[in-house]
Design a protein around this ligand. Structure first.
Ligand code: E4P
Length: 228
């Protein structure tokens, strides 16, 4: 499963990208608003850091406006993916851009029916929002399973990008189902590393090791001394 990060925070992106585990970045207008930075500037910096796809969302609501904004955003870097909302105009834009060879991420998906339309419109990625579904008491992961079944039945190329992820449990469930990608807030990716038994185990190993008085880096010399 590929892992994207869902943020425009450059220091988080640099830090997490250095782990070698980041396959792409997703952004949205709310995240850019929170950064209080000019969209062109912040997206260009993200594209400099991360080699994989960087999703940037149009903000026009009509097809012509989305096309104009999409073409403008594509000029930022060659790893830009254009994000459009799952509306009639959004999917018209998706079809037109996909026909021009542009990778489109269809966002704000909340049903398998919507996901089917996005795949037929040529989306490179569909972003179903599991957390926001659960916020209203609906079953986000049931939606993911249904989308996987539909896409597999018709061999759609559209990648399922599980979004609005609230914790490692969503990533694990999505991975068990075979979803292609999860996009994670940095805190969720950091949480995936954590387990109390790892911390306790490491503490015990280090305490036992300290009692030996040994050092790995000087052990080669010890072996040589021993041979002599
Ligand atoms: C995905 O592309 C969206 O930016 C994101 O996952 C939305 O998550 P939220 O529901 O936590 O805002």
């Amino acid at each position: 499963m590929k892992l994207f990060i869902d943020t425009v925070d450059l220091s988080e992106i640099r830090d997490l990208n250095a782990t070698g585990l980041i396959d792409g970045v997703t952004t949205n207008p709310s995240l850019i608003a929170k950064s209080a930075r000019p969209i062109f500037e912040v997206i260009a910096e993200i594209c400099d850091v991360v080699a994989g796809p960087v999703s940037v969302e149009v903000t026009a609501k009509d097809h012509e406006g989305m096309m104009r904004e999409g073409r403008y955003l594509l000029g930022i870097a060659n790893n830009i993916t254009i994000k459009v909302p799952l509306t009639i105009d959004g999917l018209k834009t998706c079809r037109a851009l996909a026909d021009d060879g542009v990778a489109v991420n269809v966002t704000l998906c909340f049903s398998p029916a919507q996901a089917l339309l996005a795949a037929k419109a040529g989306a490179a990625f569909i972003s179903p929002f599991v957390g926001r579904m659960e916020d209203i008491g609906a079953e986000g992961m049931v939606m993911i399973k249904a989308i996987i079944d539909i896409y597999n039945a018709y061999n759609f190329d559209t990648k399922i990008l599980v979004a609005s992820v609230r914790g490692p449990h969503h990533v694990v469930e999505a991975a068990k189902m075979g979803a292609d990608i999860s996009t994670l807030p940095p805190a969720v990716l950091r949480a995936m590393y954590k387990h109390p038994l790892t911390d306790n185990g490491l503490e015990r190993f280090m305490a036992d090791w300290a009692n030996t008085g040994q050092s790995i880096l000087s052990s080669k010399k010890d072996i040589n001394d021993h041979k002599i």
